[in-house]
Design a protein around this ligand. Structure first.
Ligand code: PRX
Length: 662
């Protein structure tokens, strides 16, 4: 049967029945195939112990949940454990020679780290960090690309009880400096460079520029991509080469520090509705239990699997579902340094075949890209996935179908997982053996998770009504963030205030605000519509409108700026900038170039605006608030909408004409 025949048939099925049964061969072997799991987790909060017992604890917890001071919930109180021990040491007895990480460099160089190798490397680097002065509870900022040094650094930090703050490698020097300052970090770990699309990128130069900008004077530790520093890179004399420190710590062992379950494991900065990114602080016990539990129940990971999550460890997906969850379960993970289309568009499938991957995890953006490249790039590669995941954005039914047909070959089960940096792990997603798949829908809540849809006044919309509203989570869960680093007030105001009774000390009066719109459909499935606030989702990367706007506003000659999201067939959304220039300044490619550069410098190249439109004025309310919704309608070729409340109702039409022509 040709591809197009297959597509026609599948599309017909999609229209007719909407649901896809998990394949019997999957159900027969799944980690969870008894629906009683939901009843067990309905025992709140004790049901979550089922995840905690997946870990090795130094001291057992006294209570599962301390909800006495909402929204500062405390999980597994009195328990003690070490995350590095749980992800490495405890596997040595049974599988020291099994690969923990199979890493492939962009050029085809390869490193396999067995659990024994990982144990050695993590211990040595933990000893190195200590000798450089890193103490328990010091925040270590980590700015590394997809190389083994990244998980090694994270696990070494965890071993000595130093919370890590990983900054995605694509973030700029300014973004790095801002995070170093906010976290009060005295240590930065980076690397000389790495490969991207065949080119060796100098990465340490971002640390150089960040050191100029930060208010602090952190020590900079530099890994090297090869044995020696790359010839194209120069390393400041102020920095310390990791290889030199490691030479003094060969074969050293560092006793894992026993951490209180509530001690922070890491910070992960994320964009919100204000200009300043928030440091989401995750705890050790609850987070690790939740990451391990959902890796086992949702991703169906078993120690004998080869698992590949093609995300970047610099985002939360990589933290929970490349490093902590899969390694806690003792599986083998694939890690890839480079671009999916380098040196050719079959690179991913070539690796899937080479390493015989069983479980594959990616974003809808990647699926749309694979779809655009065409099935011919997948065909002919001999791999067979049992399980596939999507994460990070809504997936359109067409893309879902393509993933199911051409990547899963109709043999793999798919889970669409909804969650956030703040939630630590999956909150809405089917358990793969227990519910039919429905393209475009995240499915049912994960065990123990209690979502609801509320209107803007906080009134609950009837369950399964099919009406859209604000997604809230009513019961706390162990993977939830503890707070915003150093800013408890911001934690309360961002996530809780709007839909909670903040005067109450009863946890039932507190609802976590996700910031997403969602629908609880008549069949009981949950469909996520996307952000309701000024946060956009560019190729699965979360970007705050305000961060982009403040980068643009700093450009000389810019009087005012607004940034909105335009829908994009592959990336989901892309930022589009509307700029009013200062009096007397002419619009030009030169100014446009400076604006684009400012965004790249302040945030990173991945945030590059798709378009910069020069306009005479921005649509504003009578009180002077910029109406981004109207600009978004213009960017997306939609009706302007209600313009009567504007100070000058003619402005939108003028802009539309300026941007689109008559
Ligand atoms: O809008 C939702 C979207 O991504 C946001 C969270 O982004 P971030 O914190 O970067 O974490 C991404 C990886 C977990 C959410 O508020 N989102 C995430 N997963 C889905 C999704 N939208 C629809 N469907 C999903 N499965």
């Amino acid at each position: 049967m040709s591809d197009s025949d297959e597509d026609v048939q599948l599309e017909a099925r999609l229209r007719e029945q909407e649901y896809f049964r998990p394949p019997a061969r999957f159900v027969g072997q799944a980690n969870v195939s008894d629906p009683a799991v939901y009843d067990r987790f309905d025992e709140f909060p004790d049901g979550f112990e089922e995840y905690a017992v997946l870990l090795d604890w130094d001291d057992h917890w006294d209570a599962v949940l301390d909800a006495s001071n909402p929204p500062f919930f405390r999980w597994f109180t009195g328990g003690r454990l070490n995350a590095s021990y749980n992800c490495v040491d405890r596997h040595l007895a049974d599988r020291k020679n099994q690969a923990a990480l199979v890493w492939e460099g962009e050029h085809g160089d390869r490193r396999t780290l067995t659990y024994r190798d990982l144990y050695r490397e993590v211990n040595e680097f933990a000893a190195a960090l200590r000798s450089e002065g890193v103490d328990e509870d010091d925040v270590v900022t980590v700015h590394l690309p997809m190389v083994p040094a990244l998980p090694i650094t994270m696990l070494a930090c965890a071993r000595i009880g130093a919370p890590h703050s990983v900054v995605f490698g694509g973030f700029s020097a300014s973004a790095l400096a801002e995070r170093v300052d906010d976290a009060g970090s005295d240590f930065v770990v980076t690397i000389d460079g790495y490969y991207r699309r065949g080119e060796f990128l100098d990465h340490v130069q971002k640390a150089d520029a960040a050191m100029e900008e930060t208010d602090r004077d952190p020590e900079v530790l530099v890994w090297t991509r090869h044995d020696e520093v790359h010839e194209s890179v120069s390393i400041s004399d102020d920095y310390t080469l990791v290889s030199e420190v490691l030479a003094d710590h060969e074969r050293e062992r560092v006793e894992p520090v026993s951490r209180d379950a509530e001690d922070p494991l890491f910070l992960m900065y994320t964009s919100g509705t204000t200009g300043k990114p928030k440091g989401c602080q995750h705890r050790t016990g609850g987070y690790l239990a939740y990451a391990a539990g959902t890796s086992k129940y949702v991703l169906d990971i078993k120690p004998e699997d080869t698992y590949w999550c093609a995300a970047d460890i610099g985002w939360i997906t990589g933290h929970s579902y490349i490093v902590y969850g899969p390694l806690a379960l003792g599986t083998t993970s694939v890690m890839y340094e480079g671009a999916p289309d380098f040196p050719h568009k079959s690179r991913i499938w070539e690796l899937a075949e080479k390493y015989d991957v069983d479980i594959f995890h990616t974003s809808p953006t990647a699926v749309r890209q694979f779809m655009k490249w065409g099935p011919e790039h997948v065909e002919g590669y001999d791999f067979s996935f049992r399980h596939m995941t999507t994460v990070g954005e809504p997936i359109q039914p067409e893309a879902w179908l393509w993933y199911y047909t051409h990547i899963g070959r109709e043999k793999a089960v798919i889970v669409d997982t909804w969650w956030q940096t703040e939630t630590g792990g999956h909150l809405i997603t089917n358990l793969p053996a227990l519910a039919d798949m429905k393209p475009g829908s995240a499915g049912l809540p994960a065990p123990g998770i209690d979502p609801a849809i509320v209107d803007d006044r906080g009134e609950e919309i009837d369950p399964a009504s099919g009406r859209a509203g604000n997604l809230v989570i009513r019961k706390p869960w162990p993977g939830m963030l503890q707070t915003v680093y150093g800013d408890d007030d911001r934690f309360v105001s961002t996530y809780w205030e709007e839909f909670s009774d903040t005067g109450s000390d009863d946890w039932r009066d507190w609802n976590y605000k996700a910031g997403d719109g969602a629908v609880h459909e008549r069949d009981g499935y949950w469909r996520i519509l996307g952000r309701l606030d000024d946060v956009m989702n560019v190729a699965g990367h979360r970007l705050g409108t305000m961060e982009l706007e403040s980068a643009v506003a700093e450009v000389e000659d810019v009087a005012e700026a607004a940034v909105v999201a335009r829908d994009h067939p592959e990336k989901g959304e892309v930022p589009e900038v509307y700029v009013v220039l200062r009096e007397g300044v002419e619009a030009s490619d030169e100014v446009r170039g400076r604006i684009v550069e400012a965004v790249e410098d302040e945030i990173g190249k991945f945030a590059r605006p798709a378009n910069v439109a020069f306009v005479d004025d921005l649509p504003k309310t009578r009180s002077g608030k910029i109406m981004r919704r109207i600009l978004e309608n213009i960017s997306n070729d939609e009706d302007l909408g209600d313009t009567t409340t504007l100070r000058d109702p003619d402005v939108p039409e003028q802009i539309r004409r300026q941007v689109q022509g008559d």
